[in-house]
Design a binder for this molecule. Structure first.
Ligand code: HEC
Ligand code: HEC
Length: 299
């Protein structure tokens, strides 16, 4: 009897030890991933101050880049997703108000965050899609920064984005592909694509608007990382939109309605894209006609 009890205790103690060592290892591994610093091939990007460039920056932020989705309509910050035991993703306040990045950021800090996905200390941002914005040309990135530096101040203190224990375990196990810097190969300068109703400009818009982030790199659609119940993203290749027209695309982006009139799920950020110009939508349409046709979900 006493012997059985001793065996039981020894087993329990061993299990507990294994668990503690495991938790320590998970913590150490996730901590080293979060503390890792990235050196980026950053070259200064010219920040313009003329009103046309600032207006261009405003358009890119408010109608093309989906900044509002995570940083709030007023760019004063927003909790994008509180995922309980996994962690919290909050877009910081970008304005110069209290708690805002604009109060402390200098030109280079904006560029580092948006193009390279790192904090000022070189550690990776969490969940900020710089792998999308790194495609912005130097001129457009400069215009975006010029606009951000002129935002009206909003006082809002936001919680920091961070991982909780389950998130750390998933991160350490390589199951959470949510650190930005490893996804942004250094691009020290990006040439401009001439603005026009061309497939090339449409491709550029699709890249910096992040369509592929949900519709897949081949744009053929599939499951998205949305809240439970979010429908899969549609197939945007000719195999999916072959029978559609440019007017159909305009209705989706402007009114959030499919050709049959049913509303588009709000996870698709059409309210942002509603601010795109007719020419931009026309360019996107031309580009979508040229991408290789793929069956649904075949990324
Ligand atoms: C999918 C959500 C998402 C979108 C879309 C998004 N961001 Fe962010 N952004 C974040 C999160 C989350 C952070 C904070 C990351 C952290 O603290 O690790 C962040 C941080 C930032 C920072 C501050 C970096 C720092 O070092 O504190 C800047 C600047 C920024 N984003 C600009 C933008 C701009 C400009 C756009 C649109 C062109 C944009 N973001 C779109 C989620 C997003
Ligand atoms: C954050 C995720 C996300 C992003 C970014 C996104 N989409 Fe979507 N999109 C979706 C989802 C999800 C659906 C399906 C909505 C539904 O079925 O109600 C969808 C549906 C669509 C549809 C409707 C197709 C149909 O069935 O009629 C079109 C067109 C579309 N997206 C185009 C785009 C374009 C162009 C971009 C970039 C400018 C884009 N999307 C960016 C998630 C996204």
């Amino acid at each position: 009897m006493a012997r059985t009890r001793r065996i039981l205790w020894v087993t329990l103690a061993t299990l507990l030890g294994v668990l503690l060592v495991g938790a320590g290892a998970v913590y150490a591994r996730s901590e080293s991933m979060l503390r890792r610093t990235y050196t980026v091939a950053q070259r200064p990007v010219a920040i313009p101050s003329d009103s046309a460039s600032v207006a261009r920056g405003a358009h890119l932020v408010n109608a093309v880049g989906t900044c509002a989705t995570c940083h709030g309509e007023d760019l004063g910050g927003r909790v994008y997703a509180d995922m309980g035991p996994i962690g919290i993703v909050a877009g910081p306040n970008l304005t110069p108000g209290r708690g805002g990045r604009g109060a402390v950021f200098r030109d280079d800090d904006w560029v580092r965050a948006i193009r390279f996905g790192t904090h000022r200390d070189g550690t990776s941002l969490i969940a900020m899609p710089s792998e999308v914005f790194m495609n912005m040309s130097d001129a457009d990135l400069g215009a975006v920064v010029a606009y951000l530096e002129r935002l009206p101040p909003i006082d809002r203190e936001m919680p920091a984005s961070r991982f909780r224990p389950l998130g750390r375990a998933l991160l350490a196990a390589g199951k959470l592909n949510i650190l930005t810097a490893p996804k942004t190969p250094a691009r020290s300068s990006v040439a401009s694509v001439p603005v026009g109703i061309t497939p090339a400009y449409g491709k550029y818009l699709v890249e910096i608007a992040g369509c592929a982030g949900c519709h897949g790199y081949g744009l053929s659609g599939g499951r998205v990382a949305g809240p439970p119940g979010t429908p899969p993203a549609s197939n945007l290749t000719p195999a999916g939109i072959g029978s559609r027209t440019e007017a159909d695309l305009r209705r989706v982006l402007r009114q959030g309605r499919k050709p049959n009139g049913t509303p588009i799920d709000p996870f698709m950020p059409w309210k942002t894209y509603a601010g795109m110009t007719d020419d931009e939508i026309a360019a996107i349409w031309l580009y979508l006609r040229t991408v290789p046709a793929k069956p649904f979900g075949n990324k």
